[in-house]
Design a protein around this ligand. Structure first.
Ligand SMILES: Nc1ncnc2c1ncn2[C@@H]1O[C@H](COP(=O)(O)OP(=O)(O)OP(=O)(O)O)[C@@H](O)[C@H]1O
Ligand SMILES: [Mg+2]
Length: 278
């Protein structure tokens, strides 16, 4: 019998289950370390869309090496199960921090917002600008949101979940899958093809939320959320929170420009703007 994931790893629990994948906390006895084991959902093994996207995520994971992206340790297919073993990140998701902050009526420290902004922008710059690294084509993450940012215990942010991302390694006939709806850039509703500016907009939304400790566009249902993304007024962070530096507030507003031509074009551009204020 072919060796399966349960023979190779000691699977200790389920961390998350989504529409495409399951993530387990597991122990790798061969290398004596804990891992986050992401596998394609076993019930969707034969789904061609999910299989193409998961194989693409595996290929990107094998290539990536960046301080703000969790390191993949191993990828493969065992007894029909496609998987990625990642370094296990001790910490929590940005969405959990934001929920807690919102309940406690507190704010995320400005220094932490800068750190999140720089870390995620630097991961996006790496993904968007393959000229810096010839080994992979330019990609678009497509699902930048507080659920997909992990914070290490020292506060360092990591961008995770390249499960619906796009790059030249994905066949062009694989349909675009929308990410978490409150972070989708308005041009995507108009049928635009994915560009790095989509990820910049999503980063703008999450930074605005981190600065003001409340959702920017999220509404009661999908239709209202999409309407808000296209038309709701966007408050000026440094006018609403006096401790927010105007430079940071202005960068966030530029990332949120509804016209992609007026937005930072990619992670490299927003990273340069942020780095000018270190
Ligand atoms: N390297 C890691 N270390 C620790 N936890 C992780 C790691 N990778 C993922 N997780 C946990 O698993 C969850 C799901 O991971 P991921 O977002 O990659 O999967 P997904 O199935 O695409 O999820 P979703 O569609 O819900 O965003 C994360 O929100 C996080 O809590
Ligand atoms: Mg995710």
């Amino acid at each position: 019998m072919a060796r399966g994931l349960h023979q190779r790893f000691q699977i200790q629990g389920c961390v998350a289950k989504s529409r495409m994948a399951v993530v387990h906390l597991a122990f790798d006895p061969e290398n004596e370390r804990h891992i986050a084991l992401k596998r394609q959902r076993p019930d969707l093994r034969d789904d061609p869309l999910i299989t193409s996207l998961f194989r693409h995520e595996q290929r990107l994971a094998e290539t990536f090496s960046h301080p703000h992206i969790p390191q993949a340790l191993e990828t493969g297919v065992m007894d029909g199960d496609a998987y990625i073993a990642f370094e296990y990140v001790q910490g929590h998701r940005l969405v959990d921090l934001l929920t807690q902050i919102n309940q406690d009526r507190r704010f995320v420290a400005i220094s932490q917002v800068w750190a999140i902004a720089r870390g995620v922008a630097s991961a996006l710059a790496y993904l968007h600008r393959p000229g810096l690294n010839e080994s992979f084509p330019s990609g678009v993450h497509m699902d930048v949101c507080p659920h997909n940012i992990l914070l290490r215990e020292n506060g360092d942010p990591l961008l995770i979940d390249f499960g619906i991302s796009r790059s030249a390694w994905l066949a062009p006939d694989v349909p675009v899958v929308l990410g978490r709806e409150a972070y989708v850039a308005p041009e995507l509703f108009r049928g635009a093809s994915p560009t790095p500016a989509l990820d910049v907009f999503a980063l703008g939304v999450l930074l605005h939320e981190a600065l003001l400790a409340k959702p920017l566009f999220r509404a009661a249902d999908r239709a209202q959320t999409f309407a808000r993304i296209q038309h709701a007024p966007i408050s000026v962070p440094h006018l609403e929170r006096s401790s927010c530096p105007p430079e940071l507030g202005s960068i966030v507003l530029r990332a949120l420009a509804r016209d992609p031509q007026r937005r930072f074009a990619d992670g490299g551009e927003i990273l340069s703007a942020l780095s000018a204020h270190m």
